[in-house]
Design a protein around this ligand. Structure first.
Ligand SMILES: Cc1cc2nc3c(=O)[nH]c(=O)nc-3n(C[C@H](O)[C@H](O)[C@H](O)COP(=O)(O)OP(=O)(O)OC[C@H]3O[C@@H](n4cnc5c(N)ncnc54)[C@H](O)[C@@H]3O)c2cc1C
Length: 808
């Protein structure tokens, strides 16, 4: 065995081999893969090998498309047959609601360039002879589906990588990992030691164990999964002979099953409700190529539906039942990228659809390792999307939920119940008593809206039971004053004598003087948006930085990677050690003034000022800013003060008719200001000019901030997209996100977010379109649930276009 390598990839499943191949393809050839047994000795060997391009997240869908298209390349390059059967596929809907969901999937696919199409049940049955159309409403046809041979794919990656110079050591188990002071790794195996600059954890079923070697508890869990293979079926043979084609792939969502042809018979698998985790605490090292005990009873309810929907199965004999484990993260997407707090420890695990996603994971990770950036927007599969709330038990509960819901519809207003409530703030019970309906965000219970007695969220694609209440909450803010909890934002303390200088190079905007706040984007080297913060200067050596709650780990990783090592700056996430309340609306000042002896007038406490002050008896940090676009204050406090402050503000606000509002009303309010939000409008896909954030980028400041050169280039060349707001002639459903935007009937862009702007009384969509057409006012339309609806460009914010409400 070699004594040194630039990279050691741990694990020779489809994912590890793909990472190895991509590293060599992009020029890193001093790379080694260590496999404790033979290649494909984890979940890979008994996979059904199904491939498809559809994913709920369009960015992951693109990487799946890449994976499917890669198979020809690695087959040719390696000379290894990958057993590619591009049969095409059908996604079937047995209910109208499911059909609406499929339409939304199809709409999302349109701007991603997928050439899928909508079919009636009869048309679907004409294509796929085994299905009984009387059970279905319709289908989506996708030409880019099929299956591959798991052994062939893994070996094709491995052979291609070897051809490029990689080395693979089989029967070599990594037993421990030790990081040295210089950041390099000692990889201790049962065959000796190897030193490496980078480690990739592609341990699959053993990813947790490889994580634990460095004290990491990755949120990943294996589940048992079963599929059956039938004896030869005459219907299959007859169809093959008649059409000269294989039977298509099918996903029958309402039956919770998938099926495809296997030799002259069929394969049918299911994500059963009675699911079972495998090895929930740790994976035995001696687990090999054995299968798990079959348990037909557990999957009987789903198979019954399957056999009804595909009647030919009733007469078919069952040749084999496969039961094998494979891994999931809490939301079912992979865990990819550098792990925060460690140097060059890379995660490539929890890849539940290795044959659809493995190529994309390898591509993104290799880019990331070599160029410092994945090259795409991969937040949906970034290992940093989970914080330390994602414990073993949390993961267990969420993975079970995800597994059983693999083929279920998730409505846009649906909050999933597993592992909740977990994190709560001190006023949780008070909000609940006031009717709060909560969603969980980064583990924290967050009020979405306040329901009148007896009314609850009815999950739907269309406007639902919350519509009127959210409207009333939003209007109450505009008319008087509202209070909302803001604890879910991420808050960071940045301190030390080097704090200002460091922030100046980290953030693209101007760092404000003491007592002031500023909005500032954060850019990567390529000049794309990787953050959107409010930075507050409490005193020259103490800053409070506020950003998106879901990105806390993602941002901390970036901060820590860029900290100077002279100890002049300290960054720490404040988590729920600092909680928040926000009051907004034209009466907000009157409410606050009742709780302090200080002068709250505009001249004494202007827009974007921040100060430490007492409110009643509580110490707080108060900033004059509001995401509602109205006069407003954000009030930050230690948690032990939150209950007191909540009561004090509600009491003081009573005479002004103060009311509570939640995240959905906030969305409604920010839409009519055309304010973008992190992870929707602001993502690493876009530059600040494209996103309309140029005014917050201080190109003229002295500091050479990260991404400055690229931002200057964007400014000079103009970027290619523009973020725009549209008013949509919607009837009973608003955009959700990812819908196509058409100009004169042609797809030109995509929606990033939207909803109903209640105070203005219109349906709003925000999205990106090419800059060349970005100022066209008319001719637009936006697809909602399969219907192309007229839309009009809204060049100015719908509410308070000159910003006087928040500034005076
Ligand atoms: C029944 C079933 C059906 C499936 N059907 C499909 C499908 O149709 N389509 C699809 O895309 N996916 C399917 N999958 C999922 C697919 O198998 C996984 O997504 C894929 O195998 C994940 O690959 P991996 O490389 O991450 O993990 P693994 O295959 O588990 O590979 C990990 C490898 O790492 C090695 N290893 C671990 N620790 C060490 C160590 N310390 N030292 C050295 N080596 C180590 C292991 O021996 C193993 O070979 C199915 C899975 C099952 C079980």
């Amino acid at each position: 065995m070699k004594s040194h390598a630039r990279v050691v990839v741990i694990g020779g499943g489809v994912v590890g081999c793909s990472v190895l191949y991509h590293l060599t393809k992009f020029g890193w050839t001093d790379v080694v893969l260590l496999e404790r047994s033979e290649l494909t000795s984890g979940s890979t060997w008994h996979a059904a090998g199904g491939i498809h391009t559809i994913n709920g997240d369009p960015n992951v869908a693109k990487l799946q498309k890449y994976t499917v298209e890669l198979y020809k390349e690695i087959e040719e390059y390696s000379g290894q047959d990958v057993g590619l059967h591009l049969t095409s596929g059908l996604m079937l809907a047995a209910t109208q609601q499911r059909f609406e969901w499929l339409k939304s999937v199809l709409a999302k696919g349109k701007y991603a360039g997928m050439d899928a199409e909508l079919l009636t049940a009869k048309e679907a049955a004409d294509m796929m002879p085994l299905l009984d159309p009387s059970h279905f409403v319709g289908a989506v046809y996708d030409p880019n589906e099929g299956h591959v041979d798991p052994y062939g794919v893994t070996h094709a990656y491995a052979k291609s990588a070897k051809k490029n110079g990689a080395e693979i050591y089989l029967h070599t188990r990594v037993e421990d990992l030790v990081q040295l002071e210089d950041g390099t790794w000692r990889v201790l195996t049962d065959k000796g030691e190897i030193r490496a600059e980078h480690i990739v954890n592609a341990g699959g079923l053993w990813a947790r164990e490889v994580g634990r070697m460095v004290g990491l508890e990755l949120p990943v869990l294996a589940m048992e999964h079963m599929y059956l293979i039938t004896e030869d079926m005459p219907e299959v043979i007859e169809y093959n002979q008649r059409s000269g084609k294989e039977i298509q792939h099918c996903v029958d969502f309402d039956g919770e099953i998938y099926l495809r042809q296997e030799r002259n018979g069929m394969l049918m698998g299911t994500y059963e409700k009675a699911c079972r985790p495998w090895s929930p605490l740790s994976t035995p090292w001696d687990f090999g190529h054995e299968l798990l005990a079959e348990d037909l009873e557990r999957i009987a309810p789903e198979l019954e539906v399957g056999f009804r929907h595909f009647p030919a199965f009733n007469k078919a004999g069952i040749k084999k039942i496969i039961n094998g484990p494979f891994t999931f993260s809490p939301d079912g997407n992979p865990l990819v990228g550098p792990v925060r707090g460690m140097t060059n420890y890379w995660s490539a695990c929890a890849v539940m659809a290795g044959f659809s996603q493995g190529g994309g994971v390898g591509l993104a990770l290799a880019n990331w390792m070599i160029n410092g950036d994945p090259g795409f927007d991969v937040f949906a599969m970034d290992v940093s999307r989970y914080g330390d709330y994602a414990t073993l038990a949390y993961t267990n509960a969420k993975v079970r939920e995800n597994y059983t819901r693999r083929f279920s519809i998730r409505f846009p207003n649906e909050e999933l119940p597993a592992a909740r409530p977990l994190l709560t703030t001190p006023i949780y019970d008070k909000l609940k008593a006031a009717g709060a309906v909560f969603g969980a965000s980064y583990g924290l219970e967050t009020p979405l809206w306040f329901a009148p007695e007896g009314v609850e969220d009815k999950f739907s694609w269309r406007r639902s039971t919350d519509f009127d209440s959210v409207g009333a909450e939003a209007k109450a803010v505009r008319a008087g004053v509202g209070l909302m909890e803001t604890s879910g934002y991420a808050k960071y303390s940045v301190s030390g004598d080097g704090a200002r200088e460091w922030l100046d190079t980290l953030l693209a905007g101007r760092i404000p003087p003491t007592g002031r706040m500023a909005l500032t984007p954060m850019l990567n080297e390529a000049g794309k948006l990787i953050g959107d913060f409010t930075v507050a200067n409490l005193d020259e050596e103490e800053f409070l930085v506020i950003g998106s709650g879901i990105a806390e780990e993602y941002h901390m990783r970036w901060f820590e990677q860029h900290l100077p090592d002279d100890g002049s700056v300290e960054v720490s996430p404040l988590g729920l050690g600092l909680v928040g309340l926000s009051i907004a609306g034209p009466k907000a000042r009157d409410v606050l003034a009742k709780l302090t002896h200080l002068d709250m007038s505009d001249s004494e406490f202007p827009f974007m000022d921040i100060r430490e002050m007492d409110i009643g008896m509580a110490q707080a940090i108060v900033g004059r800013v509001s995401y509602t676009g109205d006069l407003g204050y954000e009030i930050w406090m230690r948690p032990e003060y939150q209950r007191y402050l909540f009561d004090a503000i509600m009491d003081a606000g009573a005479e002004f008719g103060i009311s509570l509002f939640g995240a959905r009303a906030l969305n409604s309010l920010r839409l009519e200001k055309s304010f973008g939000s992190w992870s929707r409008e602001y993502r690493p896909l876009y530059g600040p000019l494209e996103a309309g954030l140029s005014r917050f980028v201080a190109l003229g400041k002295e500091a050479d901030f990260i991404g400055k050169e690229a931002a200057l280039k964007e400014k000079a060349e103009g970027g290619s997209l523009r973020l725009r707001t549209f008013v949509v002639s919607a009837r009973d459903a608003d955009v959700i996100g990812d819908e196509p935007i058409f100009l004169n009937g042609e797809v030109k862009g995509w929606v990033t977010s939207g909803g109903f702007a209640h105070p203005s009384g219109v349906s709003v969509a925000i999205g990106y379109v090419p800059k060349e057409v970005a100022d066209e006012i008319d001719g637009w339309s936006i697809e909602i649930l399969g219907e192309e609806l007229p839309a009009r460009l809204q060049p100015q914010p719908l509410f308070d276009a000159n910003g006087s409400r928040m500034r005076s």
